[in-house]
Design a protein around this ligand. Structure first.
Ligand SMILES: C[S@@+](CC[C@H](N)C(=O)[O-])C[C@H]1O[C@@H](n2cnc3c(N)ncnc32)[C@H](O)[C@@H]1O
Length: 241
């Protein structure tokens, strides 16, 4: 992975804050329990606090380092001339690493720029990152909803998305996003979606659209948002040619 020059924030910052505050609170309760000689409670709070702290450390690692390392490996398969779309690109963690590889192609990011889903989210932040990474000439940012993509049919060779589709609150909305992604992907094109929830449903939606070349695989420990119970899965699909 090449050195990053942009600034990429934190995914779902409220979740990380909750974990850190939870850890501090539990450790404080452990200290009070030990001070009051309530040994069993002290041990239980201490165990809970350390466990929550470890979850926060895992989350922090993934959002700042791990997801970049995993996606850098995934993007090695780009050949350089593709038209790529990133659904829910946020501040550009995946979009801009892809753009670095697209010396003859183009990387488009679509997003609603929700700061609840990523700290400091915003189109201008992402464009500043594109400039910092030296790829602004081949990056286009579009404000839009992935459930209703403002692109024509078959417009892209590759579609990627990282931890974005699950932010759509209802199953029908997420299925619509998958159907839209399928519509704008050209026949023979590649879809690579990373998410930590709902991936069996994404696979079902794609199979319902006639995509037979689709599989799910674990993204590994570098993509855990707090521990193995919040692991990320890749859905990889190829639209029939
Ligand atoms: C957790 S962030 C991940 C951002 C980026 N993919 C990354 O890995 O750094 C999720 C992103 O999805 C975007 N998002 C949520 N719902 C969306 C929707 N319906 N259409 C487009 N973007 C959406 C949010 O604004 C946010 O930027």
């Amino acid at each position: 992975m090449s050195k990053r020059h942009g600034s990429y924030g934190f995914d779902a910052p409220w979740a990380l804050t909750g974990l850190l505050l939870g850890a501090i609170g539990l450790i404080a309760l452990a200290v009070v329990s030990f001070a009051l000689d309530i040994l069993a409670a002290g041990i239980a709070f201490l165990f809970g606090g350390l466990y929550t702290l470890a979850s926060a450390a895992s989350y922090l690692y993934t959002t700042r380092r791990g997801k970049f390392a995993v996606w850098a490996e995934e993007l090695q398969r780009l050949e350089g001339g593709e038209r790529l779309l990133d659904l829910g690109c946020g501040r550009g963690a995946v979009l801009l690493m892809a753009a670095e590889r697209l010396d003859q192609g183009r990387a488009t990011g679509v997003d609603l720029w929700r700061t609840r889903d990523q700290s400091g989210n915003g189109e201008s932040t992402t464009m500043a990152n594109a400039e910092a990474e030296g790829v602004s000439d081949r990056v286009e940012l579009v404000t839009g909803d992935m459930r209703d993509l403002p692109f024509g049919d078959d417009a892209f060779d590759v579609i990627v998305s990282s931890l974005a589709v699950h932010n759509i609150p209802d199953a029908e909305g997420r299925a619509r996003a998958l159907r839209e992604a399928h519509r704008v992907l050209r026949p023979g094109g590649l879809m690579l979606i990373a998410d930590f929830q709902h991936t069996p449903a994404y696979e079902d939606t794609l199979r319902g659209l006639g995509v037979v070349d689709v599989r799910r695989r674990d993204a590994g420990w570098r993509f855990w948002y707090g521990g193995p119970w919040f692991r990320t899965t890749f859905v990889e699909a190829r639209k029939p040619a």
